[in-house]
Design a protein around this ligand. Structure first.
Ligand code: IVH
Length: 690
């Protein structure tokens, strides 16, 4: 009885949800909806035995934080060829028609969000995975469940018992503006664009936060062995029948003229859409034609994206101001008369550096063209000279730091000016501390920008090491703090001593050492001592470390002030050593390997295998390397070099045979290791990919 009621409520709420969010056409009032929801919540609470992760009550998300599991896609998530030119598009169509004669196309909008793959089993959402690198992505199911337009249970009955559906998670402009307003108010960095906001939100740890962010999801592709060989239009219709949100703007086009018409129309109209788009995707409609055309290694040959040129706006440049970053880098900022551009209001744009200002002869008071590229903050692309006032004067770049008055310097090969007063310039000091306490670095909570400024103003912190000398008694009397927050801050600082080495390294804020580089350096050198002792050549051996990064690291360790700070951090008990990966065997001890090309497992996994068997990974082939593990599509240069230097080459199978001989290398151990590394692989199923 109760079970039936629960099931009926779930079904009804899902249907109302669909009518409200997908169809925009509710049957019942919000009040009635809330009443049904409350009834379901109460019943579920009283009867936990009928729990179901796909219940509509779960759409509000939870505060449990989730570590995302890496999952291998059953079918790789490919990318799309793209072009900005109608001539190239014409060529693409002509090539298809040379092989296939006249064919039908479906033109769709290219949604500017982040790709997602949803798996449904027996009509229920089972899993949602991000694109990742196309081979494997993150399992973000808990977060995707909160997106109201994603059905948790499908409608109808003619869906395959197991299939995937792919599409795009989007952030509508309205949600984007709201979130960024909130972020700015809280002193957080706003998202650069709705795409980053959507991707960032999906990777949020607490799904309750995701639930409040107003994400949307539009789907456009079916995959699975039981999926019928439908035309693209038929698949879209089926998906719509099953309750998915499918773009209402897809159109069947039977000629080149139709395609151009669709593109021209949407290049104008997209400005009126409530969500971001960056082009049109043209897909062959017929399944048999698609099958014959097939794929390249990266993308289908039956589809292509035509990308719109970035939107431009003309507005007045009121003033040029300057920001000082934590590394002392000076960034000129254009303060603009607010203008609508690609769905959002633009008030500021970056001017990059002095040279750019001089080259474009940008002056305060000019009318300037502002453009939003694929990425980030808008930029100024030109000046409308016709509108320039007669009395306008060339802009003079600043010569001293706007914060501390120190004369600016320029480093060789660098376009930016820098304030060299690292330990005395207030903004740099605060910037470095804020960077250090970031979530991705030491994750110290309770210390926002204002509090750090307060601590600095009261003479309590001058550098990151000072944080570890703070005491609750010193903090409590400060304005807006009090005993409780003071204690929380101190606890969080103490907690940060557990943060692993790679994040400490990132937190130090060495110029050009971002999160990835820090991880690679930690993997390569294992400890701060070894990193500090590394020569330029040794640094350059690290993956993705080029001359710029190597020099910056050397410069960092050459500074006595930095060494003093490191000494104090070490003394405070921060993690200055990487955790050793668990060894499975010593069969590769003393041997060094270069891994290159594509393998049946990812390159990182292969490298991990090398390390867990005692071997060492190096980036480049040299005379001292023992083996080159050569995968598919390995660069010919590497092969030539290895042949010349007599480095032994191994295929993937030969490498596996090398480690398979070791007595400790039993299957169970391998599996254990995989689990530890959060690898969760699903056996691929064969099937059609539309
Ligand atoms: S079809 C085999 N259709 O664009 C790949 N993709 O640049 C099939 N995208 O990764 C993709 N809107 O994330 C397709 N209507 C649309 C799309 C679309 C946006 C994204 C998708 C893909 C990327 C490729």
């Amino acid at each position: 009885m109760v079970k039936e009621r629960i099931e009926a409520l779930r079904r009804d709420l899902e249907r109302h949800n669909y009518r409200y969010y997908v169809e925009n056409n509710p049957e019942i009032s919000d009040f009635e909806f809330d009443r049904l929801m409350r009834e379901l919540q109460d019943l579920e609470k009283a009867h936990p035995e009928f729990d179901d992760p796909n219940s509509p009550t779960r759409r509000v998300g939870s505060d449990l934080t989730s570590e995302f599991q890496t999952v291998r896609h059953r079918f790789p998530m490919l990318s799309l060829g793209n072009t900005y030119s109608l001539d190239e598009l014409r060529e693409f169509i002509a090539r298809i028609e040379r092989e296939e004669g006249e064919v039908e196309y479906v033109c769709e909008l290219k949604f500017d969000g982040t790709a997602i793959s949803l798996t449904y089993r027996n009509g229920m959402l089972e899993r949602a995975v991000t694109r990742g690198d196309g081979e494997q992505g993150d399992d973000v199911t808990a977060n995707v469940r909160t997106i109201r337009t994603v059905p948790l249970q499908l409608q109808g009955t003619d869906w395959p018992s197991l299939f995937e559906i792919r599409g795009e998670v989007l952030m509508p402009y309205a949600s984007f503006d709201k979130i960024n307003r909130e972020r700015e108010e809280m002193g957080e960095q706003p998202f650069a664009n709705p795409r980053n906001a959507a991707a960032g939100t999906l990777k949020q740890q607490a799904s309750s936060v995701v639930a409040r962010r107003g994400l949307d999801c539009t789907l456009y592709q079916l995959a699975g062995e039981e999926v019928q060989e439908w035309s693209h239009q038929e698949s879209l219709n089926a998906a719509r029948r099953w309750g998915f949100k499918v773009s209402e703007y897809a159109r069947l086009c039977c000629s080149w003229e139709d395609i151009v018409q669709f593109i021209t129309e949407w290049d104008e109209r997209r400005a009126t859409l409530p969500f971001p788009t960056d082009g049109v995707v043209i897909k062959v409609n017929d399944a048999a034609v698609r099958r014959r055309l097939g794929f390249t290694a990266k993308a289908p040959k039956w589809a292509v994206a035509y990308k719109f040129k970035a939107e431009q706006a003309l507005t007045r440049l009121n003033e040029i101001t300057f920001q000082v970053g934590r590394t002392g880098a000076i960034t000129p900022v254009a303060n603009l008369e607010p203008v609508q551009l690609a769905g959002t209001t633009v008030k500021r744009a970056t001017l990059h550096n002095a040279e750019q200002i001089a080259q474009l002869d940008i002056r305060e008071g000019d009318m300037v063209y502002v453009e939003k590229g694929g990425e980030i903050i808008p930029k100024i692309t030109g000046v409308e000279l016709k509108e320039r006032k007669a009395d306008s004067e060339p802009f003079h770049y600043i010569e001293v730091c706007p914060e501390c008055g120190t004369p600016l310097v320029r480093y060789e090969g660098e376009a930016k000016h820098y304030c060299p007063n690292q330990s005395g310039c207030r903004v740099q000091i605060i910037g470095r501390i804020l960077h250090f306490i970031r979530r991705k670095a030491m994750d110290i909570e309770g210390l926002g920008e204002e509090t750090v400024e307060l601590l600095h103003a009261n003479g309590l912190v001058h550098n990151i090491a000072d944080l570890y000398d703070l005491q609750a008694l010193q903090l409590a009397p400060l304005p807006r703090l009090g005993e409780k927050s003071a204690e929380n801050i101190i606890r969080s600082i103490r907690h940060s001593k557990q943060v692993p080495f790679q994040r400490v390294l990132f937190g130090l804020g060495i110029r050009f050492v971002g999160e990835t580089t820090a991880r690679q350096l930690a993997d390569h050198f294992h400890s701060l001592d070894r990193l500090r002792a590394a020569s330029r050549e040794e640094l350059l051996e690290t993956e993705e470390v080029g001359e710029k990064i190597a020099d910056s690291i050397l410069e960092y360790f050459a500074d006595a002030e930095n060494l003093k700070i490191l000494e104090r951090l070490n003394h405070a008990g921060l993690c200055f050593e990487a955790e050793q990966r668990q060894r499975v065997s010593e069969s590769l001890a003393g041997k060094s390997f270069v891994v290159s090309g594509k393998f049946s497992i990812s390159r990182d996994e292969l490298k991990q295998l090398i390390e867990t068997h005692g071997g060492r990974n190096v980036a480049a082939v040299s005379g001292s390397v023992d083996y080159l593990v050569a995968g598919e599509k390995m660069g010919p240069e590497k092969r030539k070099k290895a042949e010349k230097l007599g480095v032994k080459m191994l295929s993937e199978e030969e490498f596996m045979a090398l480690i398979a001989d070791t007595p400790t290398n039993d299957h169970a151990k391998q599996m254990e290791l995989r689990q530890e590394n959060h690898m969760n692989e699903v056996a691929p199923i064969q099937g059609t990919l539309f």
